[in-house]
Ligand binder design. Structure first.
Ligand code: HEM
Length: 417
């Protein structure tokens, strides 16, 4: 670790920047979108057609289309897995507005043949051995430090004190970012992800991140280090060095991807431990369940729920014809709760037999950071159960809830230590 852990723990990070902006969606749907969409799926099949951004009079800003008035929402495990695996019929499509925010060559939005080449450059920073080292050298000491600070008080707000801190400190260290800018990175990562709800905020965040990465690239050119940004400066694709604009786009994609989703997953974990103490106790008594319980958490209430695609050609799915060039959203959150695929899909079952879920997607765009995210969640899960055995809801504090349609998380989770 480049910086002593105590110094890292003193860095101020404001959890409010990760708060959901999905308040425009009715609370009932926000809390339980799964039942709402399952009801619609039972009526219309795995493809739900959305006109003018609304389903059954409920408006979803994310489904307002820039190409015609219709978008399609794909539900169900088999259907979603088929779509995310098939690059011959479905392309990534975060839309022209995301190109404005992220730059054209940002990994999650790229398609063949360039996507695989850029992906290979990033993958090496997140291989199994790197994650083992990161876990031992960074994740374990940071989580120990955060929890020992929590133990010094009677009360805690776990999103502020734990969930929002680990991913920011970790990504900051892995990328060797300037520590005085950690809170800015967190703020801008949060604002970028909420672009469907606050466009001007997302544009400002994109600009700020771009300028900061340009400065860092300049600095790494002068003084190279052993980090992904330095590697990207020296990398070549088809014998050509990457233009700075592509290095910026890659960083601007990976840094928020590594922060926002994991903060949200950890907030859901905190809510779960307080809401279902009997399930937490099952895991506490058998810590070898943690890897499977982590996957179950991601299946049950993963942070990323909707993946945007575009049809490359006319397709027919589950009886619905979809013309080429249409927007289709893969609802991985629904796929992971598909009652045809999972028994008691609505329950978190820490003893559920481990099997493939789609929280990290599947196929060519499968999450590059999945091992890092799992490592973070597993360490937080284990250490919270071990070191905070009396952690419980604070009856005097506002009640938390896990909510969201595009992203799922709890904005705050108050507990007694
Ligand atoms: C619980 C935490 C996480 C979840 C649930 C998650 C989920 C996902 C999903 C669903 C995708 C596919 C996106 C798409 O197809 O449009 C994705 C892609 C990606 N994720 Fe994650 N992610 C998490 C954490 C991370 C972390 C920690 C990093 C890196 C530090 C990361 C980096 C990426 C990158 C770079 C991509 C793009 C991969 C590509 O398109 O080839 N993610 N993630």
């Amino acid at each position: 670790m480049a910086i002593p852990v105590e110094e890292l723990l003193d860095i101020k990070i404001d959890s409010a920047v990760f708060a959901s902006l999905e308040g425009v969606i009715p609370e009932l749907v926000r809390r339980d979108p799964y039942s709402f969409f399952e009801h619609e799926r039972e009526r219309s099949g795995d493809i739900i057609v959305v006109s003018d951004g609304a389903i059954a009079d409920v408006e979803f800003p994310v489904f307002r289309s820039s190409v015609g008035n219709k978008v399609y929402v794909a539900c169900g495990f088999d259907t979603v897995r088929q779509i995310v695996s098939d690059q011959s019929s479905f392309y990534q499509d975060y839309g022209a507005h995301m190109d404005i925010l992220m730059g054209e060559n940002q990994l999650a939005g790229m398609n063949p043949p360039l996507h695989a080449k850029y992906r290979a450059l990033v993958m090496s920073a997140f291989d199994t051995q790197s994650i083992r080292n990161i876990t031992a050298e960074l994740i374990e000491p940071i989580v120990d430090g955060l929890i020992s600070r929590i133990r010094q008080s009677e009360k805690t707000e776990l999103v502020q004190d734990l969930a929002c801190r680990l991913p920011v400190l970790l990504i900051g260290q892995i990328f060797n970012l300037p520590i005085e800018k950690y809170n800015d990175f967190a703020t801008n990562a949060g604002a970028l992800m909420m672009n469907a709800y606050d466009w001007p905020g997302a544009v400002a965040a994109s600009k700020a991140l771009g300028e900061t990465f340009e400065e860092i690239i300049e600095e790494r050119r002068r003084t190279p280090g052993s980090d992904l940004i330095s590697d990207l400066i020296h990398a070549e694709i088809d014998g050509e060095k990457l233009p700075d604009s592509d290095i910026v786009s890659t960083c601007r994609a990976v840094v928020p991807a590594g922060i926002e989703t994991t903060v949200k997953a950890l907030s859901t974990l905190m809510a779960l431990i307080l809401d279902q103490p009997e399930k937490a106790q099952i895991v506490r008594q058998n810590l070898s369940l943690i890897p499977a319980a982590t996957d179950e958490l991601l299946r049950w209430n993963g942070p990323a729920q909707l993946l945007p695609k575009r049809t490359v050609k006319d397709v027919e799915i589950d009886g619905t014809s979809i013309p080429a060039g249409s927007h289709i959203y893969c609802y991985i959150g629904h796929a992971n709760r598909d009652p045809r695929h999972w028994e008691h899909s609505e329950s978190f079952d820490p003893e559920r037999k481990r099997s493939q879920h789609l929280a990290f997607s599947f196929g060519p765009h499968f999450c590059v950071g999945n091992q890092l995210a799992r490592a973070e969640i597993e360490v937080v899960f284990r250490k919270t159960l071990e070191k905070l055995p009396n952690l419980r809801r604070d009856p005097e504090a506002p009640e938390h809830s896990v909510q969201g349609v595009v992203f799922r998380s709890a904005d705050f989770v108050h507990g007694l230590v």
